[in-house]
Design a protein around this ligand. Structure first.
Ligand SMILES: O=c1ccn([C@@H]2O[C@H](COP(=O)(O)O)[C@@H](O)[C@H]2O)c(=O)[nH]1
Length: 484
């Protein structure tokens, strides 16, 4: 019941909170969140789409909250807020933008759909905010497309640090109601027992995102919350330190796999995509016209665009043979490649042979702990033994080719091939995962992308899109891991 003092807006808010509870969009009990944390409260506002009356009222409340602000367009955070933003846009005749979670990889390949010009302001709409990372991720995509994001509106602020985090990133968050409002309204209306109100209030207070505590409190996920710059400072190997530094400076965790067969094409591709990558990976033995001039030009491009050169030679022989393969033959790989890789199958001799040639030149090596192709044998105890071999040779081995996180040592790099903007397969067993799966969910550091870039109509644009997708996934992973 509304008190005489209660404003119409407050009364509408209370009614919506009660309706959301009645349709099970707000539940109390014992739930395991995506982060693994146990929570006594769970919000699933997606159920609103089955209740058009709630959707309409929610969109009106959100609009009433922001109607005095000035902006050129609205953008709902995918996916729950998309229909809400659509209702707000249509009812108030304000244009809307849609942020794709991932670019299509064909056609215009845009990450932001809708009409806008550089410098236009965009207001973000979201259903629930806890740490603020989803809004931040959307804001980053909008900003990298030239839009200005200064404000966001949310139906429910869980009061877990989202306001502070967004504020630190220059975004003002407006909310229709908070978690405290939910507890007050539901207990007042007899929908919650007092002991549950206390349990939820204590849980919320104890689970706030605290930016300054990130390293101290991030017990099980330490290398998920360490920034590239912090990991650079922990590395004793000069090349891994340089690589983390480049990733930090260029905001890129993208390695281009430049698997083209003509030198001219290779150099043009690398020059165009160079601004977006932290690394270029080559297979020089597929070049039909290899000569020393090509590697000289490649190393100049590496200096021009500041990336690391990785020759994906996959050494797999006894130490004495790999020494010759690395330093001699036609390619003289040790003269120009910063980074090489090796299979662990021959035993540690392969690393010792390569180290004899490469260590004094400041080179380093990755071990292939896992592969992306279907039916491959690099798994289980083989992968674990590969990690042990790397740990015993940390002066030269700086990480892994892998498709999952194989070590928790933050100085090791995890690099994952088989990445496209959409998951799938080729017809020869290559298996593709998306940037958000590889960097965000699996915790890899660098995604290796070949055909997704060099077969795109505009490889520079595709590289930029992978760069944004990979970096957004890294930022989201960091933000999520920081919620303690
Ligand atoms: O397990 C592995 C190890 C290496 N690769 C290499 O990565 C690229 C992937 O190219 P796409 O065109 O993106 O499929 C290619 O050079 C492979 O030799 C891998 O795919 N899987």
């Amino acid at each position: 019941m509304a008190t005489p003092m209660m404003t119409c807006f407050q009364e509408r808010v209370e009614q919506v909170i009660e309706r959301l509870h009645d349709v099970d969009a707000v539940k109390f009990g014992n739930f395991t969140l995506k982060s693994g944390i146990q929570s006594p409260v769970y919000f699933d506002l997606r159920v609103m789409i089955s209740h058009p009356d709630i959707m309409v009222e929610v969109s009106k409340l959100l609009w009433d909250k922001i109607s005095t602000s000035k902006f050129d367009s609205l953008c709902g955070v995918p996916y729950t807020a998309l229909p809400i933003a659509t209702l707000m846009s249509a009812a108030n005749d304000v244009p809307m933008l849609i942020r794709r979670k991932e670019a299509k990889g064909y056609g215009t390949n845009k990450l932001i759909e809708g009409k806008f010009k550089e410098g236009d302001s965009c207001f973000i709409v979201e259903d629930v905010v806890s740490s603020g990372s989803s809004i931040l991720e959307t804001a980053q995509s909008l900003s990298s497309s030239g839009l200005v994001v200064k404000e966001a509106v949310v139906l429910l602020n869980r009061e877990q640090g989202g306001v502070e985090k967004l504020d630190a990133n220059g975004i003002v968050l407006h909310s229709v109601f908070t978690m405290t409002d939910v507890l007050n309204v539901l207990s007042k209306r007899g929908k919650m027992k007092p002991d549950m109100v206390t349990t939820v209030a204590e849980y919320i207070a104890a689970n706030k995102f605290q930016p300054n505590k990130e390293i101290l409190s991030a017990k099980p996920k330490i290398n998920d919350v360490l920034k590239y710059s912090e990991r650079a400072a922990m590395c004793t190997n000069e090349l891994s330190r340089r690589l983390f530094g480049i990733m930090d400076k260029k905001k890129s965790n993208l390695a281009l796999s430049a698997d083209v067969t003509s030198s001219k094409e290779l150099l043009q591709l690398v020059d165009k995509t160079g601004p977006h990558v932290c690394m270029v990976k080559t297979h020089v033995d597929i070049l039909e016209d290899f000569n020393q001039e090509v590697v000289e030009k490649l190393t100049s491009l590496a200096a021009k665009h500041n990336f690391v050169l990785f020759e994906d030679r996959k050494f797999a022989d006894i130490g004495n043979t790999v020494m010759h393969q690395y330093s001699g033959g036609v390619y003289h790989i040790s003269e120009w490649a910063d980074l090489i890789n090796a299979h662990a199958v021959p035993g540690p001799g392969v690393i010792h042979g390569l180290k004899k040639i490469g260590a004094s030149k400041g080179r380093a090596c990755l071990l292939i702990a896992e592969m992306s192709s279907s039916g491959n044998l690099a798994k289980g105890s083989y992968s674990q033994d590969t990690v042990k071999m790397a740990e015993e040779n940390k002066d030269f081995v700086i990480g892994f080719i892998c498709v999952s996180k194989v070590s928790s040592d933050p100085t090791f790099l995890h690099m994952t091939p088989g990445v496209q903007l959409e998951a799938g397969k080729d017809n020869l067993g290559q298996q593709y995962l998306t940037p958000s799966e590889v960097i965000g969910n699996r915790g890899s550091d660098i995604m290796i992308v070949g055909r997704g870039i060099y077969q795109a109509q505009d490889p520079a644009l595709a590289a930029k899109q992978f760069q944004i997708a990979g970096y957004d996934a890294y930022m989201a992973r960091m933000a999520e891991a920081m919620i303690v």
